[in-house]
Ligand binder design. Structure first.
Ligand SMILES: Nc1nc2c(c(=O)[nH]1)N[C@H]1C(S)=C(S)[C@@H](COP(=O)(O)O)O[C@H]1N2
Ligand SMILES: [Mo]
Length: 210
């Protein structure tokens, strides 16, 4: 796009990168005005959602690998150091389910363990530029959603983790057969470094969505 721009615009575009400066240029809106900036970002975000929904094939599986491909030790990556990873006591941990679901009950870890489980060996890809193959065992999120009577016409599922991290995924992704409520890493109970007592493993999405 930069090639097609007049000289001055090009310089402003390139120096602004994908920043708010570039957004100002492209839209003519004053991004210091937070309402128009937010409106713009909402439009961009909706556009992104449509593109990704159009590209996502709900039947295509992420590649799986043999046991020999598993990376040991698996990289640790979080917004804190390993020492600051939350120390969760399963006895007072609960998964609270709210929103467009029939059964708004909270789940204890033991109840979640009773769901049918399977193992996947898939590649975890982080947007920061590293990837690693791991083995994860757990229940299909789609099965859980069935059991809680989730209204799968809802567009998104939002997660809040024990230490405060939040993220959301679209319903197509949530229902994908490889999207897993994971309890084990490499055959062992998930250590705190990888999200004890449970993480949601999504091999069709980048690491930060997990
Ligand atoms: N609760 C929580 N989830 C998180 C993160 C985090 O810091 N806290 N980091 C994300 C990022 S950027 C990556 S790459 C993966 C790392 O997954 P792992 O802990 O299984 O290695 O977790 C994602 N989910
Ligand atoms: Mo990541």
């Amino acid at each position: 796009a930069a090639k097609l721009m007049p000289e001055l615009s090009r310089r402003r575009f390139l120096s602004g990168g994908a920043s708010l400066g570039a957004l100002t240029l492209l839209t003519g809106c004053e991004v210091s005005d937070s309402v128009s900036a937010e409106n713009l970002l909402i439009h961009v975000s909706k556009f992104n959602d449509k593109v990704q929904a159009a590209l996502f094939n709900p039947n295509a599986l992420a590649p799986t690998y043999p046991e020999s491909a598993i990376k040991r030790p698996f990289p640790f990556n979080a917004y804190y150091t390993l020492d600051d990873a939350p120390e969760i006591d399963a006895r007072d941990w609960e998964l609270e389910v709210v929103g467009l679901v029939e059964h708004k009950k909270s789940w204890k870890l033991e109840e979640l363990y009773a769901l049918p489980q399977e193992t996947q060996i898939t590649r975890h890809i982080c947007v920061e530029g590293w990837s690693a193959i791991g083995s994860w065992t757990g229940a299909r999120l789609s099965e859980f959603l069935k059991r809680v009577g989730a209204d799968t016409r809802a567009k998104y599922i939002w997660f809040r983790c024990a230490e405060g991290y939040t993220t959301s995924i679209d319903m197509q992704t949530a229902l994908h057969p490889q999207t897993q409520m994971t309890f084990k890493f490499d055959g062992e109970i998930l250590p705190k470094a990888y999200g004890y007592p449970m993480k949601v493993r999504i091999p069709t999405r980048l690491g930060f969505k997990n």
